[in-house]
Write a protein that binds this ligand. Structure first.
Ligand SMILES: *Cc1c(COP(=O)(O)O)cnc(C)c1O
Length: 376
């Protein structure tokens, strides 16, 4: 059980020492490449600034976030960090991006034109990443089309191309044929920019081996404790715990129901605990018992969910749990040492990434570890 916040109905514990341990594990796995920290989407839902502070304290100097707002927030914490924007340069944002000293991952001609124009105004070569799409068909200059390399090389002359990057579509599936295809396409295009550093791998990409690591790797999910392949032995340790308070405990007889739709029925006498969490807190509606009964834990003992997940409430069947663990005000574990993140994701029919980033802001965040904010 974590150190408790007396006033929090919902508690998120974030072990920053574990985060740093995962970062160091990736340094050891990265075949000599620099390990950046991908901290987009509010640090995968765990809080951008505390998470970035911990990574920076551990020696991380390169960060990736999605957009200007995230980049500007991170810049205020890290005056010297290299901060890349994965979603590139939105129209009209060049000035603000330059002023915040952020590096857009440029992946289209209009972006390039606007950034070059901004470099002209600034009268200096602006730091830039070039993003190539090597097969995912999502973002970046497509290496499939007849990409006008000359235009790109000439067009980017007034820029300082710090990084050439691409992103893998199937890195979590070792042996997927697209990985090798993307690797070859990336090698070919990257060779045109000999002075730039190269980056291809996310969390799962690093596990594909040294060929995929180049100069810089970009793990996000694994740093936050997610298993990059979704299942099997994980190279990282858990970072997150999610806990909800017990609001009520009741004993019910046979032929009773629980929750919306009366989908859950008792055959005999059961004890039910009602928890202060619901789908509005990222506890997915599919975790209800109609679709397979996810589990929550009380004092380290697991119990099944009973009935549907409500917006702000959840019912668990605690009949088999010792009474001392099921008292009003105690915390039930939703994610943590006994309920792995990947298990919750599997029951919800989604991926751990969505579980983390969907937790929402009703949780009180409690940071532990060397880099934890003092007032937590
Ligand atoms: C999100 C993202 C990453 C990190 O991916 P993980 O799977 O979380 O490691 C890396 N690179 C880019 C471009 C991304 O958008």
């Amino acid at each position: 059980m974590p150190d408790l916040k007396p006033d929090a109905d919902l508690l998120l514990t974030i072990d920053l020492d574990a985060l740093v341990a995962n970062y160091m594990a990736y340094r050891a796995l990265a075949h000599g490449a620099e390990v950046a920290g991908v901290v987009k989407a509010d640090g995968y839902g765990l809080g951008l600034l505390p998470v970035a502070r911990a990574l920076a304290d551990a020696g991380c100097t390169t960060f990736f976030v999605t957009n200007l707002a995230e980049g500007a927030a991170l810049r205020s914490l890290l005056p010297d960090g290299h901060i890349f924007l994965t979603n590139g340069l939105p129209t009209g944002a060049a000035r603000a991006i330059r002023e915040a000293d952020l590096i857009p991952c440029i992946g289209s001609w209009p972006e390039l034109d606007e950034w070059v124009a901004e470099a002209g105004i600034a009268k200096r070569a602006l730091p830039t990443a070039l993003h190539f799409d090597t097969g995912m068909n999502r973002l970046g200059f497509s290496t499939l089309e007849t990409l006008d390399m000359e235009r790109l090389e000439t067009g980017s002359k007034s820029l300082e191309i710090e990084l050439v990057m691409s992103h893998l579509a199937c890195a979590d599936v070792e042996g997927h044929p697209l990985n090798a295809v993307q690797l070859e396409r990336f090698r070919a295009v990257a060779a045109r920019f000999p002075k730039a550093r190269k980056s291809l791998a996310n969390s799962a990409g690093v596990l594909l081996g040294g060929d995929y690591c180049f100069d810089l790797v970009r793990p996000g999910y694994a740093l936050f404790g997610g298993n990059p392949r979704g299942s099997g032995v994980s190279p990282v340790i858990p970072v997150v715990g999610a806990y909800a308070r017990i609001l009520q405990v009741r004993d019910v007889g046979p032929d009773e129901v629980a929750g919306y739709g009366a989908t859950w029925k008792t055959a005999d006498s059961r004890r039910l605990a009602t928890l202060s969490v619901g789908y509005a807190d990222g506890y997915n509606w599919r975790l209800g018992s109609a679709t397979g009964a996810a589990r929550v834990a009380f004092g380290g003992h697991v119990a099944p969910v009973a009935g549907r997940v409500s917006m702000d409430l959840l019912i668990a069947d605690v009949t088999d749990i010792a009474k001392e663990f099921v008292v009003r005000g105690a915390y039930a574990e939703l994610i943590g040492p006994h309920i792995p993140l990947e298990e919750v994701a599997a029951y919800a029919g989604t991926i751990g990434y969505e579980v983390l980033t969907g937790l929402g802001d009703r949780y009180a965040r409690h940071y532990t570890g060397k880099s934890a904010p003092t007032e937590s």
